[in-house]
Design a protein around this ligand. Structure first.
Ligand code: MLT
Length: 404
């Protein structure tokens, strides 16, 4: 029989979100009829904008006609979409040819991990979106440095204490902490990468949640970033495409390997080998989302979720819980000193039937935290807040909930 890929032995038995779902099922088995409210996985809930729906329907209709039918499209994405992304998000800094349309940020992170392989060192924020570390382990990478991001360092790693690595994963606005890096922090990161000849994989999937105009929405707003950074982005949280699937990755032409060879050209090779392009329907939907009206809709959508974030944050704070994030990101990062994440997750579930995400699932620095998502229907969010009012916190040597 075939042997198992030994790298898979290094992964935890299950990915974080299925584990949360399993806990929820176990709870339901014990308490059938429980009315669970999920503030766990960050999945969008609001319907697509009518503009996007119309564009999707029209694209489908065209495919149903002899004249309009097309088969495979270009792997890198349709030209109008690449051009539109360049003009809407990059203000002339990035050429359409440097933009590769994908079926989502997570899928492209996986392909980037294939591009770089296993023989390299990487630095990853701790806590972090699990795909960075799991994908690295699957590739056989053993040289992994964790960059602690905690309230004590303002969720930005101490770069002076960081050893040089080939690759640096950086997500801002951050999933899970909700922290958004300032311009000066990103300048420090870019200059660290330039000095060390490291490559940054910048995950900007939540950039559309930035409301503070002083915060950069793209790493390419930082001078010199085009020589050291790849940026990944997505329509998922920007326009509710979690199910439709669409994203993009920017691989600037100026990015080079040690020997001067082009990274973009290898990326194109990986892309054309492992991917046949994003769905043509999604791409036309994405194009509509980036028209003027589409962008206004998207602004309304992100505003809606940020309002959810504000409501949940206020409810948690009224329980004397220290909460971070939620202002420029759709995630709240709540601290429960002295408690283990899975224990507080379980306690909250039992007392309020609310599902959250245990911070420790994002890395050791997430221990003692819970992540709350702001993605949710408003009536669910309001019900969750109502339930939070039925408990109170008991401050002692460690955090504890009690019924009011
Ligand atoms: C999350 O909850 O962290 C995200 O929704 C998961 C994802 O984007 O894959």
């Amino acid at each position: 029989m075939i042997k198992r890929n030994p790298n898979l032995n290094l992964l935890k038995t299950s990915y974080l979100f299925p584990e949360v779902t399993a806990r929820r099922k176990q709870f339901l088995a014990k308490r059938p009829g429980a009315q669970i409210l999920s503030l766990g996985i960050g999945d969008t809930t609001e319907p697509l904008s009518p503009l996007v729906v119309e564009a999707l329907a029209m694209a489908a209709k065209r495919l149903g006609s002899m004249e309009g039918y097309i088969g495979y499209g270009p792997e890198q994405g349709i030209e109008p979409l690449r051009k539109k992304i360049a003009s809407v998000f990059y203000d002339g800094r990035i050429a359409p040819e440097e933009i590769f349309i994908s079926d989502g940020a997570k899928c492209d992170i996986g392909r980037l991990q294939v591009l770089f392989g296993g023989d390299l060192s990487v630095a990853i924020q701790n806590p972090a979106y699990p795909v960075y570390i799991d994908g690295s382990l699957i590739q056989g990478i053993r040289n992994i440095h964790m960059m602690c991001c905690s309230p004590e360092n303002g969720f930005f790693p101490d770069l002076h204490a960081l050893e040089r690595t080939d690759l640096i994963y950086f997500c801002s606005p951050n999933n899970p902490t909700g922290a958004a890096a300032s311009r000066s922090q990103l300048e420090a990161l870019v200059s660290f990468a330039r000095e060390n000849r490291s490559l940054i994989l910048f995950d900007a999937a939540y950039a559309s949640y930035i409301r503070d105009s002083a915060l950069p929405k793209s790493i390419y707003e930082i001078p010199g970033a085009k020589e050291v950074a790849i940026e990944i982005n997505s329509f998922s949280k920007l326009a509710g495409f979690t199910g439709v699937r669409l994203g993009w990755t920017v691989v600037p032409e100026t990015l080079k390997y040690q020997d001067g060879a082009s990274i973009q050209s290898d990326w194109n090779r990986i892309y054309t080998t492992l991917f046949n392009g994003a769905s043509i329907l999604s791409q036309y939907g994405g194009l509509a989302a980036l028209e003027k009206n589409g962008l206004e809709e998207s602004e309304r959508l992100t505003h809606f979720y940020l309002e959810n974030a504000r409501l949940i944050k206020a409810a948690l704070q009224s329980l004397d819980i220290e909460v971070y994030g939620g202002d420029n990101a759709p995630y709240l990062w709540a601290h429960f000193p002295g408690r283990r994440s899975w224990d507080i997750f379980q306690e909250l579930l039992e007392k309020t039937e609310i599902v959250s995400t245990p911070g420790s699932g994002f890395g050791s620095a997430g221990e003692g935290f819970l992540r709350f998502t702001a993605f949710g229907k408003r009536d669910h969010i309001l019900s969750a807040i109502q339930r939070l009012r039925t408990i109170k916190s008991e401050k002692g040597s460690s955090f504890k909930f009690a019924m009011v």
